[in-house]
Design a protein around this ligand. Sequence first.
Ligand SMILES: C[S@@+](CC[C@H](N)C(=O)[O-])C[C@H]1O[C@@H](n2cnc3c(N)ncnc32)[C@H](O)[C@@H]1O
Length: 205
Amino acid sequence: MKLAFDHFDLIARWYDRLIGRPADDPLPQLLEAAAGQTILDVGGGTGRNTWAQSSLGARVVVCDTAVGMVRQVRAKGLPAVLSSATHLPFADDSADRILVVDAFHHFVQPSPALAQPRAAHELVRVLKPGGRLIIEEPDIARLPVQMIALMERLLFMGSRFWPPSDLRALFVAAGAQMLTETRLGFSVLFVFTKVRAKPAATRSR
Ligand SMILES: C[S@@+](CC[C@H](N)C(=O)[O-])C[C@H]1O[C@@H](n2cnc3c(N)ncnc32)[C@H](O)[C@@H]1O
């Protein structure tokens, strides 16, 4: 069911105050990019996970479908695009780092079965060969995450959570190569990369 409002629009103004990160947050180090390199924060909300990287010289762009979230990002002076992860408005092989934190289970329009494989494909398409794609998702095997899933169901959010092994397989099928898989509280954090496609062998005469 598609609702006439967006849950994240409603909470955008308070989001940064409501949500925190662990003290031993590995993201800043994983995101570290050379000056001028591009970091895409997809389903990036207020940009809370990436805005600090822009002061270190990276070109950060947040991509989100909630107008309220995009407004919050722009108020911080960061570029933001109002766009779905299923149709990223970026060229192939163009981002050095791509981050998706606590958002993949929300990529469900028009349906999870269409949107999530499509988003995985888009994220891998846009990643530069040798770049890093970081996916952090709550682990649905954990009881607190099951409670959150239930709450989101009652709120008609339409979320679809993937068991970590299925999520890993989805991205590998989309062309990514897994570098690491780490537990982070009730979540799993994957780091993927993309290997440059080999040029087609030249036909011998
Ligand atoms: C739980 S919030 C996480 C935001 C941010 N990544 C963070 O960690 O603070 C999920 C975000 O995904 C966004 N979202 C939902 N569906 C989306 C889609 N198809 N494409 C891009 N963003 C989407 C929502 O608007 C929301 O801002």
